[in-house]
Design a protein around this ligand. Structure first.
Ligand code: GLC
Ligand code: GLC
Length: 815
């Protein structure tokens, strides 16, 4: 069952009813100001850091779901009122449509002949969100309408805001410029904050409110504010308690008449020595913000800003467009997967409807992987991200597991010792170099632990990443796992018996025994990448050393990381095998099998074939590939959080989607296009749209997890949006299945597509040149014959064209 449809020409998903199984959201904003907006108008906004600079309060895990935060109310003169986005009033609308677009959402509804079309977006390079509300009277008589806006302000630090009421009920402060229609939220501006929020309206006000209780009335919910019920604002000024922003606008609409009202919610900073006006007062200096407010309270300017946003996305997406026989592939690659890659790049795992924005910063491994899906779109931002991440690396080569986006400093509470972290930096940098050829990045001086005095060239960071693993090998010569590897919940040194103790940051064993076969595979992969970089730098000895280390590790994996039919997952703290036929539960895991094959281990000797066959036999389901089998039926203190989850959920045998593309890529390395594409399709959100009542999350983006076969709700997705699934699936489909792969020396075209595809075409902008790619299948295999601008080229890499070339035509024959 569907709740809407894809409008591919408009690059929108159109939701046709408000009561989706879960809130289906969108993200607005790209650089400094971010907003989440649900299909019923809910959500919250923040400046850069969802914890430290939150503009709108949000109540997590609340009932009814997704209420509060932001709202619009409309009221007719007979007292009947409703929310045009359905929530929070939830009166039945005669028409409803929510268009989820790239960086904007438009919700259009009709109630008693009044049509309301509200478009929400964040203009490029601005720290504000615009709500453009178009009201049309579709009835005969002229109608008197009241419009009420609503924002509930967060007192900036979202954690403190949810917990420290004894203080916060006293700190709230606002200013209202009624004539200009602007409400200013200035809590703590009197002390150390140089920033404030504003909520502005383009129309003359009939009234306003800034005190929540005055707006709602005692003991009332968002669905029945007394002010809306009575049709008159209280003109309240908040002194402590809960500051809100609400405008009241009265409009009379003639039959057929359309009126547009603009609301603007924004964040603004003043220079510290110019905070107040007059300087000795406590009144906000509004001179710097007023021009911004008036610019975006102007319809023509808003229309221009919206057109610029559209253009911006056209240009980002035009970097790669594919035309394949499968509409789900085209739609995801050309629109939604690319879009999700930008969102995950921006927000890592910090703020979604499943991540509170107060728990996590930017993950070291996560952000490096997110780069893989993003780097072709805005390489300059990827470059900066790499430098930021590397600056949180420690002198040992290890890394803080997370950093806070506002300060860009490593998060001490979470710390380090996740032994896979350093290797991902090598993969991130290598992806950047393959895309851009910007070798200068390796010379950038980058601090360790943000200490400038420790800075070395970025290249040395990569060397230390490599060395970090070499320095931490266990009894079998495999890498020690530390707190965890990619699987945060396989906590082999934790041994926690204490309820509530953090599995990720508690370590009760010294960590000199438990080893990870996954990190071994990752190390082999990363060492080969590093060797290629060393080659380019003409450091032949080093390249040789990296390759030799990779070869040694490969031999070690074959000797001690092979279980007979598949790759082992790990050795635990007692030296026992994890992910082995010797175990009752957790006999086979996806991660080590994906990563080892991806690293090329066992491609020659049949092990890779065997491992992938085992994955298919034991782990594959119609909804995707589960993480391990059999699921852990009880808590195992020596395995940690993986066994906290009931069978079928999350890391305990859920379909942890992030890992599925590793298997897809592995399958392509063996030339199995049908199998790779089959796996791709199972978790493709657009493909799953038809079963939205089962999947339940948004059909336009990947979710972190789909419940596995042991779960009562097999096929149900959770944790949509912020997941490494976005980048890895993008890499799997574009670089390995369609096979359009940037390399250090040029664009490689090596498709491993389904046997029944006649071919496909694509347009790829790479290092400033537009490649027009046409792939034609003439046989059933994957052998590539390449012609570049009509000339046969040996191998499968189109060499970099000469300076000044703008377009290159590539013809590929697959046989
Ligand atoms: C989450 C984490 C990621 C980890 C994965 C598996 O997605 O953000 O770092 O690799 O879970 O545990
Ligand atoms: C929780 C999640 C897991 C995540 C980890 C790190 O354990 O279940 O998926 O990776 O937290 O924050």
């Amino acid at each position: 069952m569907r709740y809407g449809y894809f409008d591919d020409n408009a690059r929108e998903y159109v939701i046709q009813r408000p009561d989706t199984p879960l809130p289906w959201i969108n993200y607005l904003g790209e650089e400094d100001y971010f907003a989440m907006l649900s299909n019923t108008g809910g959500g919250y906004s923040f400046y850069r850091d969802a914890r430290l600079r939150r503009l709108i309060r949000y109540r997590y895990n609340n009932v009814p779901a997704d209420s509060g935060g932001r709202a619009l109310y409309l009221r007719l003169s007979d007292g009947d009122f409703w929310s045009p986005a359905w929530q929070p009033v939830r009166k039945s609308l005669s028409a409803y449509e929510c268009r989820v677009g790239l960086g904007y959402t438009r919700i259009t509804s009709t109630y008693r002949g009044i049509q309301c079309e509200a478009t929400y977006f964040v203009p490029l390079d601005q720290t504000l969100e615009v709500w453009r509300v178009k009201l049309t009277n579709q009835t005969d008589p002229s109608t008197n309408l009241s419009v009420f806006s609503l924002i509930e302000f967060c007192l900036w630090d979202a954690w403190d805001d949810q917990t420290n009421f004894q203080r916060n009920f006293n700190t709230g402060e606002v200013e209202v410029d009624e004539a200009a229609g602007v409400i200013y939220h200035k809590t703590e501006y009197r002390e150390r904050r140089d920033h404030f929020a504003y909520f502005a309206c383009s129309e003359p006000l009939a009234g306003f409110d800034t005190q929540r209780e005055k707006f709602l009335g005692a003991y009332r919910g968002w669905h029945e504010p007394i002010v809306v019920e009575q049709g008159a604002s209280a003109n309240s000024i908040a002194h402590g308690w809960q500051p809100i922003g609400s405008h009241h606008v009265k409009v009379t609409l003639q039959p057929g008449e359309l009126r547009t009202i603009l609301f603007v919610l924004g964040y603004h900073e003043n220079p510290r020595d110019q905070k107040f006006d007059p300087p000795e007062s406590q009144t906000i200096n509004k001179r710097t913000v007023k021009p911004i407010i008036s610019r975006y309270l102007n319809l023509a300017n808003v229309a221009t800003a919206f057109a610029e946003l559209k253009k911006h996305w056209d240009s980002l997406l035009s970097i790669l467009q594919v035309y394949t026989p499968d509409e789900h592939t085209n739609r995801m690659v050309n629109i939604w997967n690319a879009y999700q890659c930008l969102i995950t790049f921006n927000l890592s795992r910090s703020a979604s409807f499943y991540e509170s924005g107060i728990g996590r910063g930017m993950g070291f491994r996560d952000s490096n992987q997110d780069l893989l899906g993003f780097v072709h779109m805005v390489p300059a931002r990827a470059r900066q991200r790499i430098l930021d991440l590397a600056a949180t690396q420690l002198p040992t080569g290890g890394a803080y597991h997370q950093y806070q986006p506002l300060t860009k400093h490593g998060n001490n509470d979470v710390g380090g010792n996740f032994n896979d972290d350093p290797a991902w930096l090598i993969l991130g940098v290598s992806a950047y170099l393959k895309e851009t050829g910007d070798w200068s990045i390796l010379d950038e001086l980058v601090p360790y632990d943000n200490k400038v005095e420790l800075a070395t060239p970025l290249y040395e960071h990569l060397q230390r990443s490599f060395q970090y693993t070499i320095d931490r090998l266990g009894l079998h010569g495999l890498p020690l796992i530390g707190r965890a590897d990619w699987n945060d919940c396989l906590n082999l040194n934790c041994f926690s018996e204490e309820p509530g103790e953090s599995f990720q940051t508690t370590t009760n064993r010294e960590g000199t025994v438990a080893e990870s076969v996954f990190i071994a595979g990752l190390f082999v992969l990363a060492s080969h990448e590093l060797a290629d970089l060393a080659d380019h730098l003409q450091h032949a000895d080093e390249a040789q050393r990296y390759r030799a280390a990779a070869d040694r590790m490969e031999e070690t994996v074959k000797a001690h990381g092979w279980d007979g039919d598949w790759f082992l997952r790990a050795y635990d703290a007692l030296g026992h095998k994890v992910g082995s036929h010797e175990r009752e539960e957790g006999r086979i895991f996806i991660e080590s099998n994906g990563m080892c094959v991806l690293a090329g281990i066992g491609l020659q000797d049949g092990r890779a074939e065997q491992a992938l066959a085992a994955v298919n036999e034991h782990l594959a389901t119609p909804h995707g590939i589960v993480l391990q089998q059999p699921a852990y039926s009880r808590y195992y203190v020596h395995l940690g959080e993986i066994s906290s989850y009931p069978p079928g959920y999350k890391e305990n045998a859920g379909i942890f989607c992030h890992t599925n593309p590793w298997i897809m890529i592995a399958e392509t390395l063996l030339g199995h296009g049908d199998q790779a594409f089959g796996y791709y399709s199972r978790i493709n959100p657009s493909q799953r749209e038809a079963i939205s009542e089962v999947h339940r999350c948004e059909p336009y983006v990947y979710a972190q997890m789909i419940a596995g076969k042991d779960a009562a709700t097999h096929g149900e997705a959770k944790n949509s949006w912020l997941t490494g699934t976005a980048a890895w699936n993008f890499a799997a489909i574009t670089q390995h299945i369609l096979g359009i792969q940037p390399t250090l020396t040029g664009l490689k075209i090596a498709p491993v597509i389904p046997t029944d595809w006649p071919g496909f075409s694509a347009k790829r902008v790479y290092r400033g040149v537009t490649y027009h790619i046409a792939v034609k299948r003439v046989g059933k295999g994957n052998a590539v014959t390449l012609k570049v601008d009509g000339q046969p080229v040996a191998g499968n890499v189109a060499p970099l064209p000469s300076q000044g070339t703008t377009d290159v035509k590539i013809d590929v024959v697959l046989a």
